[in-house]
Design a protein around this ligand. Sequence first.
Ligand code: AHR
Length: 504
Amino acid sequence: MITARITVDPRGRIGAIDRRLFGGFVEHLGRHVYDGIYEPGHPTADADGFRQDVVELVRELGVTTIRYPGGNFVSGFRWEDSVGPRAARPRRLDLAWHSTETNEVGLHEFAGWLDKVGSELMLAVNLGTRGVAEALDLLEYTNIPGGTTTSERRRANGRDEPFAVRMWCLGNEMDGPWQLGHRSADDYGKLATQTARAMRQLDPGLQLVVCGSSSRDMPTFGAWERTVLAHSYDDVDYISCHAYYAEKDGDRGSFLASGVDMDLFIEEVVRAADEVGAARGTGKRIDISFDEWNIWYVDRYHDEDEATGIGNWPIAPRILEDNYSVLDAVVFGSLMISLLTHADRVTSASLAQLVNVIAPIMTEPGGPAWRQTTFFPFATTARLARGEAIRLQLDVPSYPTARYGDVRLVDAVATRDAEAGRSALFLVNRSLTDAVTVTVDVAGLGAGSVLAADTLADTDLDARNTLEEPQRVGLAPNASVALAEGVLTIELPPVSWTAVELAD
Ligand code: AHR
C-alpha cells in the first residue's frame, strides 16, 4: 500500500480564484455551432433554434466566460458577414478548417445564446487577414451605445443596448505557421500594440489579451513572449497560453504527468513577463489567459477527418470529435489542479472547446446530448473551487516518466471560501497500478466535516461515454473518506481524480 501525507502550508495562500478561470471556448468549427448548440428542428430547440438540452448541460458545466468565434477560424473571419438579415449573409470558405461557413449564427445570435447559458462573451479580433480598422469597427459595433453609423447598424439589427464586451483577444496563435496571416514576433508585437492602443482609445475599460505561444513545444517559445511583450507590455493585460495533451506511443506514465508541462509552461511565461515588466519598472503586472487547454488527439484529426480538395468544403463536418476515456478525464482533472495552483497569475482560462469539437458535451442531430468523461472534473471544480486557492505540502512518492523525469504520484490543491465556510480538495493519483492512501491535515483549512467526496476512476481506463452508452462513466462517492481530529483520510484508486467538499 502506498501512502502520502499532505499538509496545508500556513503560508500557502496562492491567490483569489478569478471565476474566469472556468471559461470555455466556442469556435465556428465542425459541428460545434451548427448541429451542436444550434439545431432548428431538434425536439428541444427553442424559437431561436438553440437546443435546450445543450443549454442545460452548459449551465451544469458552469462555464463562466466563453471565447468566440475562434481559434484558427477567426484569422479569416469578417465579422460583418455575421450580422444583419440572415438571408443576406454571405457563405464563405473557412480556410482554417476547410469548411463552408454559412453565417446563419453570428454575433447577435451567439450573444443571445450566452444569455441563455449565463456566460460572459469574450471576443477575438482577426489580426490574421485584417487589422486595426476592422477591430475598431467591431468594437464600435459592440460597445458604443449609438449615434454613429456602425453602432446604429447594431441597433437596426435588433440590439438596442451595446454588447459591452470587456475582454478581447488580439488575434489567435499568431506564432503558428498554420495561422492565416502568421507573423514574426516583432511584426505581431507591433500590430497587436497598435490595435490595443486604438481599441483603448475607443474604450479605455477593455481587458486585452496578446497572443503568447501555441504550445510550450513551439521553437519560438520564450523568445516570442519576450519580443511580443517588449512591444505591448504597457497596452495589454494578459498574455495567452495554449496547450493540448494526448497519450503518445502508449506512454501513459508521461501522459498522466501532463500537469508538469502545464506548470512549467505557466511558470516560464510568468518569468518572461516579469522580466520584461521589471526592465520597465512601472510595477504593472501581466497575467496569463490560458485561453485554450484540453486533451486533444490532434494526429487522429489530421489522419482521418480533414476535408481536402478545391471542390470539397463541407458545412459542419464531423471533425475533432474526440471521445474521451477515463484516462483522459483523470489527466484533464490534473490540468485543472495545475491551473488552480497558479491562480495568482492565471486569472482567465478557456477550456477548448465546449460542444462536439474536443468537447465535454456531445450531441447527435435529432438525438440526445450527453456528458463526456471530462465533463465531470470540469463541472465539479467550477462548482467547488471558490474563494482562494491554497498550496499544499505534498509528501508523496514519485514515479519515473520518459518525458518529465521523476514526477509526484499524487498532485493536489485546496481551495477555501472563508465567507461561505467551505473548502475543497482536488487530488489526482497518477499511479497506473496502485491505490494511494492519503492523509490530509485539513485543520489548517478550518474544516470540520466532509460534505462529499467523489472520485472518477474505472478498472477500464479506456471506458468512455458514447451515444450508445452515455452514462458508462461518471463520478462515484468515495466511501473510504474519513475525518477525525482534523485529519482527513482517503484512498485514491489507481489513475483517479477526486474532489472533496468540506465544511467548517
Ligand atoms: O481548438 C482547436 C484549435 O486549436 C484552435 O482553432 C486553434 O487556436 C488551436 O490550434
